[in-house]
Every structure is written in structure tokens, then in C-alpha cells.
Design a protein around this ligand. Structure first.
Ligand SMILES: Cc1cc2nc3c(=O)[nH]c(=O)nc-3n(C[C@H](O)[C@H](O)[C@H](O)COP(=O)(O)OP(=O)(O)OC[C@H]3O[C@@H](n4cnc5c(N)ncnc54)[C@H](O)[C@@H]3O)c2cc1C
Length: 544
């Protein structure tokens, strides 16, 4: 297969990107179903945009930079903020519907860390509405082709130029190339590195690993956001809209503990602060069943049933009526602030390779504000689409040279897989029947949860590195059986790569900032105001 623009991923960023470059031949290749895999469709609380005359870009900029610990790329933040309102209007053009005030203006709710109520929403299923509009629009575009159940496993990069990617057909197990003049990574983040996460199964960090393996620069990888409120035990998200609508946090003694952590902003402090506060309450014995209470029972039933409908149903399903009793919540792995380093055109340091959405880093700094990610998918999705189209327009490549190169890559991958196949006739079997792929995945998640979550320190991070190293050896001795295990094996290799990068960056940053809290370096230090950039095994600090 050959195309002008190849978009890897099928969430909000990929969809917006496809619309923007749809004058060209576009292939969207997605692990899972288009529009139904990834985080966008699950997004609940809303989309930030300056719409009200009393709000302004400066305030949104300052909120975003402050929330991000001032290590966000200010140029990218400015682009995000100035274009978010325009992209919201585009969404309405594509078919998404946002809730309105009585006077017909778009309704906006308060969200954490924001100095103005600027979060636009569609009840508490904003992402679903957003994807529905985008999908409806894309269905009418003749030049956009969608390949589902198609997992990208390697970028085809030669001499610092990307020519597409290799894919696993998740049904047949076939491995095949898609050649492209421009390639856009829109694979989202890596919440699934943790056992308790709000993220769906696809989000294991494939995009980060594929990029890193080809010498693409990654930035801020130590910055992993833990959303303060997940359903206790499972991590299923309890949207920030609950606190936006007036939800109150209590510990087991019925104390409104946020007063001790941020008395001005209380429950609407930034996520890093609220998550850390909840973590402390639990650690210090003031938790309840592994979490704390989040209560909306003082709100009118109507507000809960209409504006928090999903939450209402989600808790009813487990027998908790949130109109009458509190929820029990605890932090859950949620968002990767770090990712592929991009410039203002969504270009990476590899020619012909672009990135947008959660797989891209630098926009949200050390901590993302709720509501900024959906805006990010639309603003940078559109920019990536324009840049990819322009690059495709201007570029040529010699398919013959690339084909030989890609064939060799495919042979190598197939050779590796053949070594791992759990089959009586496999000569190598005697060496590789030891480890079960699912057990290794769970081990990695356990390491990340124990040592690389909300509170980190040198001792734990070093242990994590040792244990990840051990997993690297074990994965060589894994047995795989059937296409699902092939997929899981390829994913685990990526997860190990990404986990190791996160741990190394977390060890390197000897301070606490945003989502990165080091108990051995609890202060934020000016000398660390900057970004860690990782490439080809090297970590460099870029001071701001
Ligand atoms: C439960 C939940 C609620 C949220 N609520 C909000 C909110 O209210 N407001 C807000 O601003 N943000 C919210 N977020 C965050 C926000 O939804 C995400 O950051 C954003 O939607 C990411 O969009 P994306 O297009 O970059 O990635 P995603 O929407 O995650 O899509 C990634 C896509 O890439 C595909 N993919 C992954 N790996 C591969 C591969 N190897 N090959 C091919 N395809 C691949 C996936 O299958 C998926 O289709 C929420 C997140 C969650 C999990």
C-alpha cells in the first residue's frame, strides 16, 4: 500500500489531522476501531476555549504555564490557546454539539487550575460527542481510507527520513508495510504502563517507542499525570467535572482536607496537587477502603442526572447512588505530558514524520490542565494535517530502494517472532518456553506502580531500573501463541522501552515539579526549570 499521508492512530488528533489533509490520499491506520479506541471517545469533562469577553488569551496562557510548572513550550501553548476557539467552531461544523446556556451561547464550567470558567462540554461525555462529529464528517471524505485492527509496529526510517510504517494485521497476523510521503503519529499516551489507569487497552506507548527506536527526540517523559479521581480499585475515571460542578473531597474523619493543601483553590486546585493530597491522606491513615470520599450529594438531583449523567450511571452500576451518598475515589494513571518533541508545525527531527495529540510532548509541561487535551487534539491535529499535506506535495521518493529496506525489516521481525512461537516443531522452543507474556506485562505494571507513580525517590527508581532490566532478559525467553500474543509481545517490548525512559528521566530530574514528585528532592528548583530531551540513549537537559 502506498499513500500521500499515513496517519497512525484513530482518536481525536488523528481524525482532525485527516480532515485537514483530505485533499491528498490519506490512510488512517488504527489499532482497534477508528473513533472508538483511544482516550478521546472516553473524554468526559470538556474542552477549554476562551469564548467569553471577560476571559482572555493571557489568562488561559498563564493558567496553562502555571499548571505546567513553567516548563511548557510557550510557543506551543500560545498556538493551543489562540486556536482552541476556532477549532471548537470547526467541531460544530463537523457535527458535534456542545451544551448551551439559555441565551444560546456555549455553556462553560469551572475546571481545576483555571482562573475562568472556560471548559465547554457536552454533559459529561464530551469526547464521545466530539468523535461522533469528526467521524460523521470523515465518512464523507472520499480520499480518506480507514484501516482498523491494524497496529503500527515500526516506522520505516532511512537516512533521517520517514517513509511510512510496518503494521501487524491484528486479525490475520500478517505483517505488511504502508509507504507514505508523510507520516503522522497520533497514537496517544501510555496510561497502560500502570495497573490502575483511566486509559483504554490500546494506550501502551507504542508511538513513543516507535519514535524513540528511530532516533526521534522525546521530551518531558518523566511527567506522567495521575488524575486525582478514579474509581477506587479499578482506576475508571471520575471526571474533573464532578469537582467543577461543586464536588467536595473528604477523608474518613469527614474533614475537607484540601484546606491543608491549597486553601484558595481547594478541590479545584491543579491535578498534581489534588492527587498528591489524596495520596497523602491515604498514606497517613485517613483514607477509606483505599481511597477518599468525593461527595456531590448536596447538589440538586437534576444537576447530577443531567450534567454528570455518566458518573451517575457509572456509580449506580455498582450500587452507589451519588445523589445520596459519596463516591470513593483514588488517583489513577491518566495522561502522558511528555512525548515526541515537535515544533510549531508538528514536525519532528525526522523528515516526513509529524506528531500530534497526546503522543506529542512539550505543550502541557509538568502537568496538564483538565480540558486542555481535547483542545490540543484539534489544534495540533489540524496543524499536523496541514504540514503533512505540504510535505507530501513537495516530496518524492524512490519506492524501489525503500521496498528492499522495508522487506529486510519485515524479515527481521518475522525471524524474531518465529523464535518465540510456542510450537512443538519449533527448534528454539527448548530455550523459550519459560515466560508467559501476560505475566511479564503485569510485572512491568507492578514495577511502575510501586516505584514510578505519584511519589518517587532514588532508591525506588533504581530498583525499577534493575527490575525492568530483568524483564528485558525475560522477554527474550517468552513463549507466544497466536496473533493476540504476538500483539502483546510487540506491545510489551514498546512498554519496556517507554518505562525505562520514564524511569531514567525521573532519576535525572532531582527536584519536584508538577506531576513529578521526588520525596528525596521535594523542592522545585530554579536550576531545573527546563526540559529533559531523550534521544538514542542520551538524556540532555535544556534550560529555559
Ligand atoms: C477517561 C478519560 C477522560 C478524559 N477526559 C478529558 C476531558 O474531559 N478533557 C480533556 O481535555 N481531556 C480529557 N482526557 C484526555 C484526552 O482524552 C486525551 O489526552 C486525548 O483525547 C488524546 O487524543 P489522541 O487523539 O492523541 O489519542 P487517543 O484518543 O488516545 O487515540 C489514540 C489512537 O491511537 C491508536 N493507536 C495506539 N497505538 C497504535 C499503534 N501502534 N498503531 C495504530 N494505532 C495505534 C489507538 O487505538 C487510538 O485510536 C481524558 C482521558 C481519559 C482516558
Amino acid at each position: 500500500m502506498i499513500t500521500d499521508v499515513l496517519i497512525i492512530g484513530g482518536g481525536g488528533a488523528a481524525a482532525r489531522c485527516a480532515i485537514e489533509c483530505s485533499n491528498k490520499n490519506v490512510i488512517i491506520a488504527v489499532k482497534g476501531l477508528f473513533g472508538k479506541s483511544g482516550c478521546t471517545v472516553m473524554a468526559e469533562g470538556g474542552y477549554n476555549a476562551v469564548l467569553n469577553p471577560e476571559d482572555d488569551f493571557k489568562k488561559h496562557f498563564e493558567d496553562t504555564m502555571k499548571g505546567g510548572g513553567y516548563i511548557n513550550n510557550p510557543k506551543l501553548v500560545e498556538i493551543l490557546i489562540k486556536n482552541a476557539p476556532k477549532e471548537l467552531k470547526n467541531l460544530e461544523k463537523f457535527g458535534s454539539i456542545f451544551d448551551r446556556n439559555d441565551d444560546g451561547t456555549i455553556a462553560q464550567r469551572p475546571f481545576g487550575g483555571q482562573s475562568f470558567n472556560r471548559t465547554c462540554y457536552s454533559g459529561d461525555r464530551t469526547g464521545h460527542e466530539l468523535m461522533a462529529g469528526l467521524m460523521e464528517y470523515i465518512n464523507k471524505l472520499e480520499k480518506v481510507k480507514i484501516l482498523e485492527d491494524t497496529m503500527a509496529i515500526k516506522l520505516i526510517v532511512k537516512d533521517n527520513r520517514c517513509y511510512g510504517a510496518l503494521f501487524l494485521n491484528m486479525i490475520t497476523g500478517d505483517i505488511f508495510p504502508i509507504y507514505a510521503k508523510s507520516t503522522v503519529l497520533a497514537t496517544g499516551g501510555a496510561g497502560q504502563l500502570y495497573p490502575i489507569t483511566s486509559n483504554p487497552i490500546q494506550k501502551v506507548g507504542d508511538g513513543f517507542a516507535m519514535a524513540y527506536n528511530e532516533g526521534v527526540e522525546l521530551i518531558d517523559m518523566e511527567m506522567v499525570q495521575f488524575h486525582p479521581t478514579g474509581m477506587v480499585g479499578t482506576g475508571v475515571l471520575v471526571t474533573e467535572a464532578v469537582r467543577g460542578e461543586g464536588g467536595i473531597l473528604y477523608n474518613k474523619n469527614k474533614e475537607r482536607f484540601m484546606v491543608n493543601y491549597d486553601k484558595d483553590r481547594m478541590e479545584l486546585s491543579t491535578r498534581d496537587v489534588v492527587a498528591k493530597a489524596i495520596y497523602n491522606e491515604i498514606q497517613e491513615g485517613r483514607g477509606v477502603n483505599g481511597g477518599v470520599y468525593l461527595d456531590v450529594s448536596h447538589l440538586d438531583d437534576e444537576i447530577i442526572e443531567e450534567r454528570l449523567e455518566t458518573m451517575f450511571r457509572q456509580f449506580m452500576d455498582i450500587g452507589v447512588d451519588i445523589r445520596r451518598e459519596p463516591m470513593i475515589i483514588a488517583p489513577t494513571a491518566h495522561h502522558s505530558m511528555g512525548g515526541v518533541r515537535i515544533n510549531e508545525r508538528c514536525e519532528t527531527n525526522i523528515k516526513g514524520l509529524f506528531a500530534c495529540g497526546e503522543v506529542a510532548g512539550g505543550i502541557h509541561g509538568a502537568n496538564r490542565l483538565g480540558g486542555n487535551a481535547l483542545a490540543d487534539t484539534q489544534v495540533f491535529g489540524a496543524i499536523a494535517g496541514r504540514s503533512a499535506e505540504e510535505f507530501a506535495e513537495a516530496s518524492e521518493f524512490n519506492l524501489k530502494d525503500i521496498k528492499e529496506y522495508a522487506d529486510k525489516l519485515i524479515m527481521d521481525i518475522k525471524g524474531d517472532l518465529a523464535n518465540k512461537v510456542d510450537n512443538e516443531n519449533n527448534e528454539n522452543n527448548k530455550h523459550n518456553t519459560k515466560y508467559n507474556i501476560f505475566e511479564l506485562i503485569n510485572s512491568l505494571k507492578g514495577i511502575m506502580w510501586d516505584y514510578v507513580s505519584i511519589v518517587r525517590n532514588e532508591e525506588g527508581l533504581k530498583k525499577a531500573l534493575l527490575e525492568i532490566n530483568d524483564l528485558k532478559n525475560k522477554i527474550e525467553d517468552v513463549k507466544i501463541n497466536g496473533v493476540i500474543e504476538i500483539q502483546k509481545y510487540l506491545e510489551l517490548k514498546n512498554m519496556i522501552t517507554v518505562a525505562e525512559i520514564i524511569v531514567k528521566c525521573a532519576l535525572e530530574r532531582k527536584e519536584s515539579r508538577g506531576a513529578h514528585y521526588r520525596s528525596d528532592y521535594p523542592e522545585t528548583k530554579d536550576e531545573w526549570k527546563g526540559n529533559l530531551v531523550v534521544c538514542k540513549g542520551n538524556i540532555k537537559f535544556v534550560k529555559l
